[in-house]
Design a protein around this ligand. Structure first.
Ligand code: NAI
Length: 338
């Protein structure tokens, strides 16, 4: 940043912008797709995060309005807007964390894979920008189908010679957020006191909640297991149908993405014990990408934990999901290599 960028004008007075320095623990974060249904509330939540010193909002439409609006919130985070392809690089230079919720959402009757054609290209373009302008940033991929867009991002970064698997994360937090909510409802406790590991991927049967490993432990009847597993796997579709053609989950997704981004930033700061489920390059199973609980740290994904002991219901769910997940991963690879 040049000398000028730290000067601000307020009420006719020029002074040094102490906010832009970011101090200890101040991180620079970009949201790509910031004007969308997820992007707007996510931008609001990131403006409220004290770990974020600079927030860049990028989209191909409407960022001036979203930026002006969010910038009036009286928190110390500096907000800057970027509009259109020509400003993508400026949006990305110097970022510590890039969150990508750009792309079209589902309508009733669509699977996440139906979004592939459009969103694959969007994610590729945005990741080419990341590779060029902030190759060391952590990347949080929200755009669906996550099972394919994360492999696409990996291939784009590889092609550019900057791929670091520890820094690329597919956001599956909404699956965990839903699982915590639905399980809490069934057992009658506060959802904040529940942690449900959800592994595999982020679509239909590839979403595998491990109800035998809920913390704290609960025992469920077979009917409860069936009900909870189905509801967690189809939580996205529940919202898509309720919204009746106007989109998919945006508010709960923004909440989940903000939680996950905060965890990534706490990891980057060096906090101990930051553990979240995420869809990452993995050796936990034979699949090249897999969602499981990971430890977040200065390097990004410091460690992916093994799945632990599964019961027979979960083992069979795991076997079933592998084929679909592998096919989605391969589809992403094929797109990026063509
Ligand atoms: P939306 O349509 O409301 O917003 C998408 C935004 O992306 C729009 O503002 C659009 O202008 C922007 N955009 C399109 N092309 C772009 C480009 N090349 N560069 C930058 N921005 C671009 O959609 P919504 O509801 O916000 O969903 C976004 C994505 O998130 C969808 O793919 C959806 O499937 C996914 N999603 C993922 C979830 C997850 O758990 N990972 C949960 C819910 C949605």
């Amino acid at each position: 940043a040049g000398a000028h960028s730290n000067r601000v004008h307020e009420n006719g007075v020029e002074r040094e912008d102490c906010r832009a320095k970011g101090g200890a623990g101040g991180f620079k974060v970009a949201v790509l797709g910031a004007s969308g249904g997820i992007g707007q509330p996510l931008s609001l939540l990131m403006k409220m995060n004290p770990l974020v010193s600079v927030l860049h909002l990028y989209d191909v439409v409407n960022t001036p309005g979203v930026t002006a609006d969010v910038s009036h919130m009286d928190t110390s985070t500096v907000v800057r807007g970027f509009l259109g392809k020509e400003q993508l690089e400026d949006a990305l230079v110097g970022m510590d964390l890039v969150i990508i919720p750009a792309g079209i959402p589902r309508k009733p009757g669509m699977t996440r894979d139906d979004l592939f054609k459009i969103n694959a290209g969007i994610v590729r373009t945005l990741c080419e920008g990341v590779a060029k302008c902030c190759p060391n940033a952590l990347l949080n991929i929200i755009s669906n189908p996550v099972n394919s867009t994360v492999p696409i991002a990996a291939e784009v970064l590889k092609k550019a010679g900057v791929y670091n698997p520890k820094r690329l994360l597919g956001v599956t937090t909404l699956d965990v957020v839903r699982a915590n909510t639905f399980v809490a409802e069934v057992v009658g406790v506060d959802p904040k006191d529940i942690d449900v590991p959800v592994v595999g991927g982020h679509a239909g049967i590839t979403i595998l909640p491990l109800l035998s490993q809920v913390n704290p432990r609960f025992s469920f009847t077979n009917e409860e297991i069936e009900y909870l597993t189905n509801r967690i796997q189809n939580g996205g579709t529940e919202v898509v149908e309720a919204k009746a053609g106007t989109g998919s989950a945006t508010l709960s997704m923004a909440f989940a993405a903000a939680k996950f981004a905060d965890a990534c930033l706490r990891g980057l700061r060096g906090d101990a014990g930051v553990e979240y489920c995420a869809f990452v390059a993995s050796e936990v199973t034979e699949l090249p990408f897999f969602a499981s609980k990971v430890r977040l740290g200065r390097a990004g994904v410091e460690e992916a934990f093994p799945l632990g002991p599964l019961n027979s219901y979960e083992r069979s769910g795991l076997e079933k999901l592998k084929k679909e997940l592998q096919a989605s991963i391969d589809k992403g690879f094929a797109f990026a290599r063509q």
